[in-house]
Design a protein around this ligand. Structure first.
Ligand SMILES: C[S@@+](CC[C@H](N)C(=O)[O-])C[C@H]1O[C@@H](n2cnc3c(N)ncnc32)[C@H](O)[C@@H]1O
Ligand SMILES: Nc1nc2[nH]cc(C(=O)O)c2c(=O)[nH]1
Ligand code: SF4
Ligand SMILES: [Mg+2]
Length: 257
């Protein structure tokens, strides 16, 4: 199962704000405009959506984590060398304390936030890496992960997956942004075109085609091998940018990569 279900640390009794942390590790940014850049990843646990294909099962369908104080997280980030920090999840913006973590890191690091685009933040962000979820992400009894009954999540996910006001806010407030869509096939492109048009309609900032990234769906090398050429061809045909999933190519679905 991708992403650790065993966290090699215990909850701490640190004073003050804490966050549920699933993983904290150094790697290369595998996705998006900064692919290849050495980065420290802080992965919070807990999400307000349930994509059937979620590659971080132990932050969404089956949340696993240790509670860490913000000072402890900052100290562990400092002990790793990258100048870039990626705060991800789960959905990092479901936690109020994520804003405080971002503020604590902002002076010393380039900050990317990986978010599903349904929640806003006032915190300082260098790159808002926004991945709005398409209809093809909605869980059903047929596509849900093994041994999982999506239950109420089919409707809850479908109702919550797009919030245009939150998308506009994320696009406007961050120093830079990208809209990074997980693509399962040609059937996703009409919804992407329509959603990009909607964001252009509400956001008080230009959204260039080069800010729109198509990323092939796939948690493993074998799954990606089945989707990436079609998604790359779609990016070329529609004039959007393609992003690989370098970490999957390099390390498959190993934890802490
Ligand atoms: C695990 S999510 C965490 C951040 C946030 N919840 C989100 O969805 O953007 C990190 C990134 O992985 C992408 N992702 C998750 N599962 C994927 C899969 N099976 N194939 C391709 N990308 C995937 C998400 O769309 C997002 O861009
Ligand atoms: N190497 C690597 N790059 C990533 N970019 C975004 C990731 C994420 O899970 O948010 C991720 C990840 O899990 N690993
Ligand atoms: S929004 Fe992100 S973390 Fe949540 S289920 Fe979807 S891919 Fe996983
Ligand atoms: Mg990931």
């Amino acid at each position: 199962m991708p992403v650790s279900d065993t966290v090699a640390r215990d909850d701490t009794d640190a004073e003050g704000d804490r966050l549920p942390i699933n993983e904290l590790f150094a790697s290369l940014q595998g996705e998006g405009k900064l692919a290849g850049v050495p980065s420290t990843f802080v992965r919070t646990s807990g999400c307000n959506l349930r994509c059937w294909f979620c590659d971080s099962f132990h932050t969404s369908w089956e949340p696993t984590h240790a509670w860490m104080g913000l000072d402890e997280i900052v100290a562990e980030v400092e002990s790793l060398s990258p100048e870039h920090v990626v705060v991800t999840g789960g959905e990092p913006l479901v936690h109020d304390e994520t804003d405080a973590l971002l503020s604590a890191l902002a002076d010393d690091y380039h900050l990317t936030v990986e978010t599903n685009g349904t929640l806003e933040t006032d915190a300082p962000v260098d790159l808002a890496s926004v991945s709005p979820k398409l209809a093809s992400s909605t869980p059903t009894p047929e596509n849900a992960p093994a041994d999982v009954d999506p239950g109420v999540w089919t409707e809850r996910h479908e109702n919550a997956r797009v919030d245009l006001d939150a998308l506009a806010s994320l696009v406007e407030r961050a120093a830079e942004f990208q809209l990074k869509f997980v693509v399962t096939g040609r059937g996703d492109l009409d919804e992407i075109e329509s959603l990009v048009a909607d964001v252009r309609g509400v956001a008080d900032r230009e959204v260039r085609d080069s800010d729109v990234l198509l990323m092939p769906e796939g948690q493993t090398r074998e799954q990606l091998a089945r989707t990436r050429t079609e998604v790359a061809d779609l990016a070329a045909a529609f004039g959007y940018r393609y992003t690989p999933r370098l970490h999957v190519d390099l390390w498959n679905d190993a934890p802490e990569t």
